[in-house]
Design a protein around this ligand. Structure first.
Ligand SMILES: [Zn+2]
Length: 550
């Protein structure tokens, strides 16, 4: 470290900017102190004071020790005040613990070293005015908005920043509690629509009421959400392909009740589509919920944030493809993101790219092959400057600079072209549920962490093809391969030029006089003889993802 950088770092630390980098981002290398424990349960109680834009809460974290530890480290935004921290002992006594705050983290002194396999419960009482979202959901925090009739309309979103901007938490995507309790106290004219299932509501003498929610499966911390408004409830039951029925609940603003009824029917069709393609809706033990939010949307597990304003094109640049694309995308995350979750943000294309491609498959189901191809052409707009699934550890902020949505989707399209429909759809299904026995399980054991490497292995197994060359070129580095295609001297010549000269045995389909053939293009290039008047069409169905040079 040079003297100059040392000074800069010192200044950042002094001004608090250093700490904010950690608060406003999520993931990256997991610090040793946080790798030392596994969260088993969160119990979060929050009271929301809408007029003061303030919250008061208690978070109890239960953890099991994986590595000897003396300090228990949680993340919490420095805007929030910690009132006290205590250990909750098995006998029911509360023991105050000392703590310090540094770098956007709480360093809680456990008094003596905890040994591997021991478990403990620590409660943090905190409160204050949480960060207001500058531009939800892209820059998250609390949204304190009003409904058209002037009632409070409040929502949290924190995908990029992590849940530490509103509650004390281990802000890392790799650790989810096995289950979670969530108690939200709000004024009595408001409803708190949250994750999991509603166990009961409790009215208090001070005109407030508490909604007691319980999430019976693992949940990613950024998915835990508050949605508060004078909601009306549209509900029904849906019978899953697994055979059991689960509640479907739409929390809609009273002003939009009729529009909500219409969307509710479409929601059921989205459920049918996804279950057919990927297997049962994973959170049947709780519910499938949708809450109307003032921000565009987020994949909050079992309570999807819906802010598309009943406009089909709100996620597709205004273009209406005949369905609510925003709901379709966020709902897809119940499989790609919530059932299977990346353990590091570097694999986030498994959430975003897969969900983007699900829309194309829905268009194909509704409008046929031509509709599908038009949709894919529309998605073929992305920069090729950053790898979609880099091998290095990434933070949320870093990975969202890569073209994980459209390019991720287009890579799946190209993969389907290589391995064919049968293997491709089998691979998708196995990525969601590797074992059909898991499709029947609802207690949380169906959820798991995944990597790009897992998907590669599944694709190779179901297709019987080696595919590391495909993953290396399309996912691990940014540049596109070039296909040189030339008709000259009575022949068609084809030659691949791959980035960094990586192996790239991509077959190319050519249509000649109405007949199609798959040509294995060797590194030296291949030539196809043409008769007079032949007009070959290279890649007639547009499966390839490349730069075409003629
Ligand atoms: Zn998404």
């Amino acid at each position: 470290m040079t003297r100059f950088t040392a000074t800069v770092c010192f200044l950042l630390f002094q001004t608090g900017l250093w700490a904010q980098t950690a608060i406003l981002d999520s993931g990256g290398p997991l610090m040793t102190e946080q790798a030392g424990y596994d969260i088993t349960f969160y119990d979060l109680s929050v009271q929301v004071f809408p007029d003061e834009r303030r919250i008061e809460g208690v978070l109890e974290a239960r953890a099991i020790v994986a590595h000897p530890m003396h300090e228990f480290v949680l993340d919490l935004d420095t805007l929030l005040t910690v009132r006290s921290i205590e250990e909750r002992l098995p006998g029911g006594q509360y023991l105050p613990l000392s703590f310090r705050r540094a770098g956007g983290k709480l360093w809680i002194n456990l008094r003596h070293t905890r040994q591997r396999g021991e478990s403990f419960r620590v409660a943090v009482t905190y409160g204050g005015q949480p960060r207001v979202a500058p531009r939800a959901p892209w820059q998250g925090g609390f949204d304190w908005k009003k409904t058209p009739s002037g009632a409070h309309w409040i929502a949290t979103s924190c995908q990029g920043e992590g849940a530490d901007i509103w509650w004390p938490v281990k802000d890392h995507v790799s650790d989810e509690p096995d289950s979670m309790a969530l108690h939200v106290r709000v004024p009595q004219d408001l409803v708190a629509a949250c994750n999991g299932r509603l166990l009961r509501t409790e009215k208090h003498a001070d005109q407030t009421q508490t909604f007691h929610w319980y999430i019976s499966t693992p949940i990613n911390a950024y998915n835990v959400a508050l949605n508060i408004a004078p909601y009306r409830v549209i509900e029904g039951n849906y019978t899953s392909v697994a055979g059991d029925a689960f509640p479907v609940v739409f929390y809609v603003l009273p002003e939009d009740y009729d529009k909500g009824l219409k969307l509710f029917e479409e929601i059921k069709d989205h459920i049918r589509f996804y279950e057919k393609l990927l297997g049962p809706y994973p959170f049947r033990k709780d519910k499938y919920g949708v809450a109307q939010t003032p921000h565009l949307g987020m994949e909050h597990q079992s309570i999807i944030a819906y802010g598309a304003n009943f406009n089909n094109g709100s996620m597709t640049g205004g273009r209406d493809w005949g369905f609510d694309a925003l709901h379709h995308h966020e709902f897809g995350h119940e499989w790609w993101g919530n059932l299977v979750t990346n353990s590091d943000w570097r694999d986030m294309w498994i959430h975003e790219g897969f969900c983007s491609y699900m829309q194309a498959l829905y268009v194909e189901e509704k409008q046929g092959k031509e509709g599908y191809q038009t949709f894919m052409r529309n998605q073929r707009r992305f920069p090729n400057t950053l790898a979609v699934a880099p091998r290095e550890i990434k933070t949320a902020d870093e990975i969202y600079r890569a073209p994980i949505y459209n390019k991720g989707s287009y890579i799946l399209h190209a993969l389907r072209g290589v391995i064919g429909d049968q293997a491709f759809f089998k691979a998708l299904r196995q990525m969601a549920y590797p074992d059909p026995a898991l499709e029947k399980i609802t207690d949380g054991r169906q959820c798991r962490f995944v990597t790009t490497g897992d998907f590669l292995l599944i694709c190779e197994t179901v297709s019987g093809q080696e595919l590391d060359w495909f993953f290396d070129v399309y996912l691990r580095q940014p540049a596109l391969p070039k296909l040189y295609s030339r008709v000259e001297g009575g022949q068609l010549t084809l030659r691949w030029e791959s980035p960094e000269n990586l192996p790239f045995p991509m077959p190319v389909e050519v249509e000649l006089n109405g007949k199609r053939q798959r040509i294995q293009v060797t590194p030296q290039g291949v030539a196809v003889k043409l008769a007079a008047g032949d007009q070959p069409v290279v890649d007639p169905d547009q499966w390839l993802l490349c730069e075409l040079v003629r």
